[in-house]
Design a protein around this ligand. Sequence first.
Ligand code: ATP
Ligand code: MG
Length: 170
Amino acid sequence: MRLFVALTPPPELRARLGELADIAHARCGGRRMPDASLHVTLAFLGEVTEAQAAELVAWVQGLSITPGEWHINRWGSFRRPGIVWLGGDEGAPALQRLQGRLWGTLEPLGVGVRPARYIPHVTLLRRATVLDLDPFPPIALTWSYNQLELIQSTIDERGARYRSLAVSQG
Ligand code: ATP
Ligand code: MG
């Protein structure tokens, strides 16, 4: 099964991110991420075995992370898959530390591949046809987090569907 580790937004922030996704969708087209799927990936694990998944569930359930805040203040895009996203300070030290700590455990488990560079972002659109983000409204959002989730992604013709398998201690 296909897994990743992510932060999921608290309800008010989720709604606000959804509004921004609507704004982006009206201009850029493509496939808007449903509100329920909005997240920031910390670690993409890819395909794992049932046994590895069970190990990962136990690990995440026993994990407690340092609470933090992530400041979202810019729009961005990845050209090739037509992704429009929201991001922030890429150096976001707390998120970079959290991501590094996760890979410190994941690497010895032999799941996934630690990326050379981590760009935290919230994907709003996929396969967007317009990637000019110039006149988009300035944003300043704060994402307060105290737990992360292990999520299963099932991909079908309508895109990916996510299911939470485990939540760390809050
Ligand atoms: P789809 O692939 O159908 O467009 P999706 O990207 O939402 O949907 P997944 O591909 O399962 O679903 O990805 C789950 C999460 O992991 C997303 O946040 C995605 O951006 C991220 N992700 C996927 N592949 C990688 C990768 N190779 N490296 C880093 N992050 C990835
Ligand atoms: Mg994908």
